[in-house]
Design a binder for this molecule. Structure first.
Ligand SMILES: Cc1cc2nc3c(=O)[nH]c(=O)nc-3n(C[C@H](O)[C@H](O)[C@H](O)COP(=O)(O)OP(=O)(O)OC[C@H]3O[C@@H](n4cnc5c(N)ncnc54)[C@H](O)[C@@H]3O)c2cc1C
Length: 421
């Protein structure tokens, strides 16, 4: 039997990890990615258990550690830069133990998968159209570089092409028809600006009224840049919505500049630099909710299937775990039954991971509307940080709750561990 051919659309976290594991299971894999190979957009992403096990098995932990941001903790500040509590890395801190810039992470992953003779990456390429027969998928691949279209046959196609997945649209229809986008009432912008001395080694977050957050995060000790997250908790901002729909980066920047104009702390510096930032990325935060993740020989993975939004902190975790499970199920059933078992194993875990903390109210509680709300939040954070310090002095820190970790059985068997080596 000739090896099965799989097309993966999207060389993000999910796509490259899936390519790596499918190649280990003797599939022939083609990965198409619409961006250039050196695409560096995106800011910090975290890897924790159980996803950490998957990257350990890939043998890339040292490479990941070399590139981690090195952020030492989180500091909540006010407009006069006064601290309301520092939370060191790990535990309940928003700073994870293994955090990387998205560009560094995707580069390590794609280069690792690319080492296999079974994997071919094609950048600046996308799926133009596809049609399924009983036993194959016929795909028109469009190279944006030389404007050519190539027709190829695959046994399976995987859409790992993010929230606005083209693969999903081609096989299931537009998001409006599917009603698969669930807004969580927030707009975000991520970009990098030149680093100043105060930007290292702690990340610093400041609240402003009308649900506006400015969060400045380290990229690395030796980096000349620092990372910025703007989070605006609002149901609708027409200028931003229009700019997002048109994919107009300048208009997105102008809309954020207007939203954050006249604010204190580091805002004037950040907004001035934002206008020059090349790796600016902005969108409305939506969750993806689908009745089913596959259709015959085409399956969805990662944000394309179940984007949970950064409010859950689970997007990257789920992409890694999902890629592992899909590769495992395809290796067990080399036919579309694998997509049923993949969904069966993951569905309730994903549903859980999509639930927004504090009964869905976390985005409102942690991003207050009024001056009074911000004062209350800062006071609670200050009391909490004093309590932590007191427990550390008295050696009672073990009483503190650790960050909730959702367990998932990766079914790592001895044979698979051997394949990994
Ligand atoms: C540019 C960018 C920046 C991001 N920044 C952050 C961030 O700062 N913080 C955060 O928490 N999350 C961020 N995310 C989301 C985060 O990467 C994901 O939630 C998580 O890693 C799951 O990844 P994924 O592989 O499922 O999807 P994604 O990371 O979205 O990857 C999808 C990949 O598919 C490619 N693609 C899309 N459409 C096509 C197409 N038609 N043809 C071919 N390829 C296509 C994209 O270029 C991308 O490389 C960002 C995503 C992107 C795309």
């Amino acid at each position: 039997m000739p090896p099965k051919r799989v097309l993966i659309c999207g060389a993000g976290v999910a796509g490259s990890i899936l390519a790596f594991w499918l190649a280990k299971h003797d599939f022939q894999v083609v990965v198409v990615e619409r961006s250039k190979a050196e695409q560096k957009a995106g800011q910090g992403l975290e890897i924790e258990e159980p996803a950490l096990k998957v990257v350990k098995l890939m043998g890339i932990l040292d490479k990941l550690n070399e590139k981690k941001t090195g952020e030492m903790g989180f500091d909540l500040v006010d407009q006069q830069a006064r601290s309301y509590g520092i939370f060191e890395v790990g535990g309940i801190s928003p700073t994870g133990t293994l955090e990387l810039m998205r560009g560094d992470l995707t580069e390590i992953l794609y280069k690792t998968a690319d080492e296999s003779a079974n994997v071919t990456f094609q950048f600046e390429t996308t799926i133009q159209s596809l049609r399924q027969t009983q036993d194959k998928v016929i795909v028109d691949l469009e190279s944006r570089n030389n404007k050519t279209i190539k027709v190829e046959n695959f046994d399976f196609v995987v859409g790992a092409d993010g929230v606005k997945s083209r693969t999903r649209q081609l096989v299931m229809g537009l998001p409006e028809k599917l009603k698969c986008f669930k807004s969580v009432g927030a707009f975000v912008a991520y970009f990098s600006i030149p680093k100043e001395v105060q930007d290292w080694p702690y990340s610093r977050l400041c609240h402003f009224t009308n649900r506006r957050i400015l969060w400045i995060r380290p990229i690395g000790k030796d980096s000349k840049m620092t990372s910025v997250h703007l989070i605006h908790g609002h149901e609708d901002v027409p200028t931003l919505r229009r700019a997002n729909a048109a994919g107009d980066r300048l208009k997105q920047k102008e809309a954020f500049a207007e939203l954050y104009s006249g604010l204190g702390w580091e805002t004037p510096r950040v907004i001035e630099q934002m206008m020059r930032a090349e790796n600016f990325y902005s969108d409305e935060l939506v969750q993806v909710k689908l009745q089913k993740w596959s259709q015959h020989r085409v399956v969805l993975l990662g944000d394309a299937a179940w984007a949970p939004t950064p409010f859950t902190g689970e997007g990257n975790q789920l992409a890694i775990i999902g890629a592992w499970v899909l590769a495992q199920e395809l290796s067990r059933n080399r036919n579309p039954v694998a997509f049923e078992t993949y969904e069966k194993r993951l569905r309730s875990y994903v549903d859980n991971a999509q639930s927004i903390p504090l009964g869905g109210y976390a985005p409102y509680i942690f991003n207050p509307q009024t001056t009074w709300g911000i004062w209350l939040l800062r006071t609670i954070v200050r009391l909490f940080s004093w309590t932590i310090r007191f427990l550390s002095w008295t050696n009672l820190a073990g009483m503190l709750p650790d960050q909730q970790q959702n367990d998932f059985d990766l079914e790592i068997e001895e044979a698979e561990a051997k394949v990994a080596r």
